[in-house]
Design a protein around this ligand. Structure first.
Ligand SMILES: Nc1ncnc2c1ncn2[C@@H]1O[C@H](COP(=O)(O)OP(=O)(O)OP(=O)(O)O)[C@@H](O)[C@H]1O
Length: 280
């Protein structure tokens, strides 16, 4: 299923948080949103999982406007792992995972045997099967994050939207999540802070700054030292992973590169200016 952000803008209290964002995620493609704090990544994702309505533009699924679908219908197609997903009540792990079936269940029907098996497999896939009977509030941050990934999987979506899914995950579970995102066959839009993880995970990246899309492209084309310096204010050397060939950045941790554009409307060069290499 193809996801298209068609000129999406979000304005809150007279302030533009996202401006005319155009981005396509092809069926089965993994696209990463990267950018400094406050650049508009979460706001963009909120428009896709319908926590926010774009002020202008539209989010399209296979060409159909998401705004015209019922929330239940879109929840059958789009699963989200969000920054807000953590306010669960004290359910057990298996109860939280089973909640992923809600958009598919007629009122008050219990899970079928197949659905319980689906939940069991999803829990095993993210390594939380042994926690099935535990209360989610007793879990560590990483364990809880993996439970929420299992919940998204049992939703059997066609599109997966993830906001910083590697938060709290140790390195093994980060690698497993990358493998899962790359192999699940779903259309994936994921916001990531870790640029090396983004480069290893995503087919393409969209780089945001100040609510604008600076550029999109393959990781090797987006993660250039020039753009990383202009947008993040960090000096980095680009290397290729010796085995996988993935683009990876080695940060220079000793010398600040100067002022980066941040998420504020009135600070730093605009996204367009950055994209063209123009300093005002
Ligand atoms: N409801 C809101 N009202 C006012 N401003 C908001 C609101 N939601 C977000 N913002 C502002 O919009 C900007 C973009 O926020 P957003 O959360 O999308 O950024 P982000 O790129 O996800 O940042 P981070 O990397 O810090 O998670 C920020 O300056 C934020 O303070």
């Amino acid at each position: 299923m193809e996801l298209r952000l068609d000129g999406v803008s979000v304005e809150v209290a007279g302030r533009a948080l996202v401006r005319e964002l155009r981005l396509d995620v092809g069926a089965g493609e993994v696209v990463g949103l990267i950018g400094p704090n406050g650049s508009g990544k979460s706001t963009t994702l909120r428009c896709v999982y319908r926590a926010l309505r774009p002020t202008a533009g539209a989010v399209l699924l296979n060409g159909a406007d998401l705004a015209a679908m019922t929330l239940r219908d879109s929840a059958r197609v789009i699963a989200a792992l969000t920054q807000e997903s953590h306010g669960e009540l004290d359910f057990t792990v298996e109860e939280v995972v089973a909640l992923g079936r809600t958009p598919h269940l007629p009122h008050s029907r219990a899970l079928s045997r197949e659905e319980r098996e689906l939940c069991r497999r999803a829990m095993a896939r993210v390594d939380v099967g042994h926690l099935a009977g535990r209360g989610v509030l007793t879990l560590s941050g990483g364990e809880r994050q993996r439970v929420l990934i299992a919940r998204a999987l049992v939703q059997q979506p066609r599109v997966l939207v993830l906001d910083e899914p590697t938060n709290h995950l140790d390195v093994r579970h980060q690698v497993e999540l990358v493998t899962l995102l790359r192999s699940c066959g779903l259309t994936v839009l994921v916001a990531l802070h870790d640029l090396n993880l983004a480069a290893a995970t995503c087919d393409r990246l969209g780089l945001l700054s100040g609510g604008r899309l600076v550029t999109t492209g393959r990781p090797a084309d987006v993660l250039t030292p020039e753009l990383v310096r202009r947008v993040f204010g960090v000096d980095a050397t680009v290397v290729r992973h010796p085995r996988t060939g993935a683009t990876q950045l080695l940060y220079d941790l000793t010398t600040p590169a100067g002022t980066a554009a941040d998420g504020h409307d009135d600070a730093g060069p605009t996204g367009d200016a950055i994209a063209k290499g123009i300093r005002p």
